[in-house]
Design a protein around this ligand. Sequence first.
Ligand code: EPU
Length: 425
Amino acid sequence: MEKLLIRGGNKLRGSVTISGAKNAAVAILPACLLANARCRLENLPDIKDVKLFIRILENLGASVDMVDANTAEIDCSNVKSWEPIGDLTRKMRGSSYLMGALLGRFHRFSVDPPGGCDFGTRPIDQHIKSFEALGAETNTDRGMINGSAEHLHGGNIFFDVVTVGATINAILAATLADGTTIIENAAKEPHIVDLANFLNSLGANIRGAGTDTIKIKGVKELHGGTYTIIPDQIEAGTFMIAAAATRGDVVLNNVIPRHLDIISAKLIEAGVNVSEGEDSVRVWVDEGASLKRINFIALPYPGFPTDMQPQLVTLLTTIPGTSTAREGVWENRFRYTNELKRMGANIRVEGKLAIIDGVDKLHGSRVKATDLRGGAAMIIAGLMADGTTEITDIYHIDRGYESFEQKFIGLGGDIHRVQFTEDVY
Ligand code: EPU
């Protein structure tokens, strides 16, 4: 097994290039199933979730040619099956998009329930509701989720909650359906816009992505094409917070500053400097400046991203005074705070609220990555802390960040990945 050892105290300095967006990639990869031709995807992040998705597509019969670590040519014209084999889909959340993509392509699907990070219950009722609005019947049988439609047609979908996953699945299912679909109360995340742009570049007719209402006029078929995935908003935000947390000075290249506005706004409120270029952002803290406590709430886009909540809480652990963080998306996304407490943080969790009393310093300790972003938070904490921090369960981090520790090392972080054998009792 592998773990990370971090010696804290170095200020991060220099520049870092942000990779392609994980959550866009895991929506766009299954979208290739809708095209009966070759799709070339560029700026794919070289991460475990993408590799896993490519294996799932290959197992279904797709031909995938990795041109380099970040470029894939995918041809799904030979796919004949609507039943992914094995239990690969259980390892990631994005695999739920196979339901919408297979329904759109074959008018049926049979999949294992999706996996992903554990934030409490992760229902799929809104996904199912959207498939049924398009004429599908669904059931769960011996643990498999099945769906089929004799006539896949347009429909009106009104989501009861703002959900990224169900919005993406509804788009995937409706793109080739007969007639017009209207999605109300749609999620507006940048990766939803990216998926719509990708599909439109292949001949789909999707309007309004990035607003509450998305209108999809079904088309008969999609052609192939080349598409470049957007930069990762959350990876960029993670480096912004790491720069602030170490009181450093970092330029992030290959970003879309507009996607980072809310993260920049909270950092500026805390006394961090942020300046935007055309496709870059610089984040730095003035020598000797003390940062200010803040309150924030994690919400769907354009609110502060829930996937940045653990990283921002980590920054707040050493800012004097009391800060608060409210989780407005997930039932239970504060498990990582127990790990921060092992490092000396003073955090009290009351339901969906975390109350953070700033301490002078975090201290190196043995902690684990409880999930993907909780793991990123541990790296930031390790960089801030006195002494050495040991992080286990780092497979969570490898799912979603490309060359993460190498990028930190390039900025002056003291991080090493080491092999170890777990004691078995
Ligand atoms: N929800 C329902 N019913 C549904 C679907 C969702 O009640 O049918 C609820 C959820 O329980 C949650 C809320 O709606 O309370 C939002 O869930 P959403 O569907 O938006 O989440 P998701 O699609 O499962 C994606 C990202 C997550 C990110 C959330 C919110 C992917 C692969 N995952 O999950 O990313 O936290 O949107 O932005 O895109 C991460 O990257 O670390 C990560 C967890």
